[in-house]
Design a protein. Sequence first.
Length: 202
Amino acid sequence: MLLAAASLLVLATLSTAPQDRLVDHAFDDDAMGWAPFPFGETLAHDSEIGAAAPGSLRIERAEANDQSLRMWTLTVPLADEPPARLRISAAVRADGLGQGSTAQLMAQLWPAEGDCLGYPRTLLMDGDVDWTATDVVFDIPAEIARIRLLFFLNGTGSVWLDDVTIAATDDAVSHRSPPVAARNDPALEALARGAAGEIDWL
């Protein structure tokens, strides 16, 4: 029930974005349809901390012996004829990241059927970072039906996400999908499939 309600909220939220943007989320008042995984108090909407104004998504984790990922996710369905090139932009912050800990906003490009075809990624945070603007520009293969955004923390510390947009662009590509033979990255496969049984897939 919770996942179904979250999916409806995502679609309602997407419909309020400006026409030139698929996503425009500032998190002023709530999580804007993003779903926490796993559910729990370590993932929350932060009403006090934000990049340009109060409001952001936060992940906190203190248990060094717990190696599972914590993440916020959002699935963005694409139109039948989506833009050929997109830019994902966001503001990110990290504080108190433990040794070997990393955090990142990334995307998965999914066709209607079959395996993920790309993993565009923004700034990889592996240490403390004050609010920083980050983006990635990538082409959309014709068969892509949805984009799944993941903001994750692997390790310990606190990280925040704010001001997320997805918009069409003519700027130069900053991420190119690897050849099919190079896509079997164990870490990316874990992100792509590790929570498949728990997260609602559109």
